[in-house]
Structure formats: C-alpha cells, structure tokens
Ligand binder design. Structure first.
Ligand SMILES: C[S@@+](CC[C@H](N)C(=O)[O-])C[C@H]1O[C@@H](n2cnc3c(N)ncnc32)[C@H](O)[C@@H]1O
Length: 288
C-alpha cells in the first residue's frame, strides 16, 4: 500500500485516502482522511492545508500504517493517541475505554453539584483514562480526587493525563477492585462518580469492531445481566459516602430505573436521571 500511496502524492492524496476509507465502510471518511494526514504530518488537523501536501518517506510510512489500522477498524482516537472529551484532549490507547461524549453529561452534573454544595473529595471508581475525574476536579478548584481502577495500564494513562492537565497535586490513583478491602483511604467522599462496565457479556460480540476489538473487555463486560458491577458498588458505596454526599453513575440504555432500584436497596435516594444529548437516560444521580 505504501508504494501506491507514494504514487498518489502528487495527484490527490486526500481524495485517495477518503476513497479507501469509504470503501472500507468507515463513517465520515473525509474527516478521518484529514485526521490521518494531520497525524502523519504531525500537524493540527485544523491547520492542515490539503492543497499543499508534502510527505517525506517517514511520514508516508506513518500514514500507511495508520490507514491500515483504521481499515482494520481501530478507532481513530487510538491511532492518533488522543480523544477530545469535555474541555481537553485526553491521551488514550487500547488499555482504556475511548471516552464517549455521552459521559460528558455525568461530568456536567458532577461539576454542577460540586459547585452548589462545595463538594471537596471526589472518588472515581473505574477511572480508565481519568477523563471523568480530571474534568470534574479541574472545574472544582477546591476538590481533591482519587481514581481507582483494576488495570495498572489504565492508571498509567490516567496519571499521564493528570500530569498533562497540571492536576497531579490534587489527584491520586490507586489500583484496586472496586472497594477492595486492601484499600482504606482513611476518609470518606462527598462526591462518588463511576462509569462501570455495563454491557451484558453476551451482547459484546454484537458491538462495533471499534469497540469490541479495541476497548478493553474489562471496561465493557458488566456480567450476564449487565448489572454485576452496579450491585457490587451499591453494597459498598454507602459506607464510603459522607452524609449528604452525591453519587453519579453512568448507565446503559434502559438501565436507569433498575440501577436506581439497586441503589435504593442500599439506602441511597434517587435525585434525578439525566439524559444525554440523544435524549437517552444516561446518568443516575443519587444522594445519601
Ligand atoms: C466503562 S470503563 C470507564 C472508564 C472511564 N471512567 C470513562 O468513563 O471513560 C470502566 C472502567 O472500570 C474498570 N474496572 C473494571 N472492573 C473493575 C474493578 N473490579 N475494579 C475497579 N475498576 C474496574 C475498567 O478497567 C475500566 O477502566
């Protein structure tokens, strides 16, 4: 493919890449062609001049590899290594879930409640790239955050993102399985957020290849009924939540009512179910 690309260089590389992506059934092929070219050239996609493309051998090789990866359905964010979420571009790779726009509704509500009630200790369970925790504490300047994840590799990415945003002085990360008994922080939290795995195990095979092949299984698999991790969280959250503290949970399509019931059985009261931009019930907000 590299030699074919090189031959294209002086004709219309952009159109050629777009065409190949379209043939590979990649959505938004023009946009993605621009992103791949910008990545290969090491420039910002917004400033890329499509009429003056000049790639050296190393850049053509990089483009070739990136195009092959995209045609194998690797998500563009995991090729270029960053994903825009809320206010920033977060570092991502195949060890973390690609941050989703749907999750921004949880972030917005956490910040709103944090500002209204002066919440200062934030716990993010299943922090992944750290996108939720870091976005929340950035906008709550008096807050400190703790991100927990079972994956060491995810925690490394979260740490890198914290450093990039200058938030290391206000954030810590710990490896553990939810409320592992080995973890004892010595204090409670007044804001607990989580986007746990919530896909039914049997449904994962039907997901888009971008998700099932490139998001970690650990980030997706919510057990046979999709509620396995909500049930585990509901058992332990009340003891780690300050009185009057808030819990915000992302949920999958159709899960909000059942998740609210699982947490009601643990003594948490439903405040609100917030919808995402598509109008889907996406974030369950609870209070002690
Ligand atoms: C759906 S992803 C959410 C990642 C990130 N918070 C986001 O919203 O983009 C769920 C995360 O939970 C983590 N996880 C899965 N099982 C866990 C467990 N038993 N204890 C702690 N974290 C777990 C996964 O490694 C993954 O990073």
């Amino acid at each position: 493919m590299l030699s074919q690309i090189m031959n294209m260089q002086n004709t219309n590389l952009f159109e050629d890449i777009t065409h190949r992506l379209a043939e590979g059934k990649i959505p938004s092929p023009r946009l993605e062609a621009r992103l791949l070219l910008a990545y290969a050239l090491g420039v910002d996609a917004d400033t890329l001049n499509l009429f003056a493309l000049e790639l050296d051998d190393a850049q053509l090789h990089k483009l070739d590899q990136a195009l092959k990866a995209r045609l194998a359905h690797k998500p563009i964010c995991k090729i270029v290594g960053t994903k825009a979420f809320y206010k920033h571009d977060f570092k991502v790779d195949c060890n973390v879930l690609s941050p989703r726009p749907d999750t921004e509704i949880l972030v917005e509500n956490a910040i709103r409640l944090g500002q209204q009630h002066n919440l200062k200790r934030v716990l993010d369970l299943g922090t992944g790239s750290g996108c939720i925790l870091l976005s929340v504490i950035e906008d709550l300047p008096n807050a400190k955050g703790l991100g927990v994840d079972i994956s060491d590799k995810a925690l490394e990415i979260a740490q890198t993102n914290a450093a990039m945003l200058g938030l290391l002085p206000r954030v810590e990360f710990a490896r553990g399985s939810w409320f592992d008994d080995t973890l004892n922080w010595g204090y409670k939290f007044d804001l607990i957020v989580s986007n746990p795995p919530y896909i039914k195990s049997g449904d994962i095979v039907n997901l888009a290849p971008e998700v099932k092949d490139y998001d970690p299984r650990l980030a997706l698999d919510g057990g046979a009924d999709g509620y396995r991790d909500y049930k585990k969280l509901a058992e332990r959250i009340p003891e780690w939540l300050e009185d009057n503290g808030y819990v915000l949970l992302e949920v999958g399509i159709g899960q909000a009512e059942q998740v609210a019931q699982i947490f009601a059985a643990s003594g948490l009261h439903l405040c609100e179910i917030a919808k995402d931009l598509a109008g889907i019930n996406r974030c369950v907000i609870l209070k002690k």
